[in-house]
Write a protein of this length. Structure first.
Length: 150
């Protein structure tokens, strides 16, 4: 179920990179394996697993400040309970997206991200929050980035 959910949202390739599998036993691959697969090179220290945090950025427009902040506080509680390391709300002050809201959510790795997304998808209260937010805000863009611990 988790693989299918992540696959629908991110595609099979990213779901596989997240360490998820359609195999019922749920085989997990390490970040070092993901690095090797994506670069074709073996990490310098393969005995040490690479830290590859996943951060989701979502931009929204609309909403009144007090309502957006209140909704973000609720979203933060749901995401952190689902395993997010942190949840941030920012307002963009320069460039072409001035005035838009930016939600940033950091997950420790792909496996944690996938498990968290599954938990949120299965949470009826969180789904209601998303529906309420969709009536207040318009999603303008979404980006997922993977950091490399240097």
């Amino acid at each position: 179920m988790l693989f299918e959910t992540v696959s629908k949202r991110l595609g099979d390739g990213l779901a596989s990179m997240a360490g998820l599998s359609s195999n019922p036993k749920g085989a997990v691959i390490s970040a070092a394996c993901v690095s090797t697969l994506s670069t074709g090179r073996i990490p310098a220290k393969p005995e040490k697993e690479l830290q590859m945090a996943v951060v989701a950025f979502v931009r929204y427009s609309g909403g009144k400040r007090d309502s957006v902040v209140a909704a973000a506080k609720k979203g933060k509680a749901f995401n952190e309970k689902a395993g997010a390391e942190w949840f941030r709300l920012s307002q963009i002050h320069t460039g072409p997206h001035t005035g838009q809201w930016l939600v940033s959510i950091r997950w420790a790795d792909w496996a944690t991200y996938g498990k968290g997304q599954q938990a949120l998808a299965d949470n009826a209260a969180f789904q209601k929050l998303l529906a309420d937010n969709a009536a207040m805000l318009k999603q303008e863009g979404r980006m997922i980035v993977v950091g490399v611990d240097l």
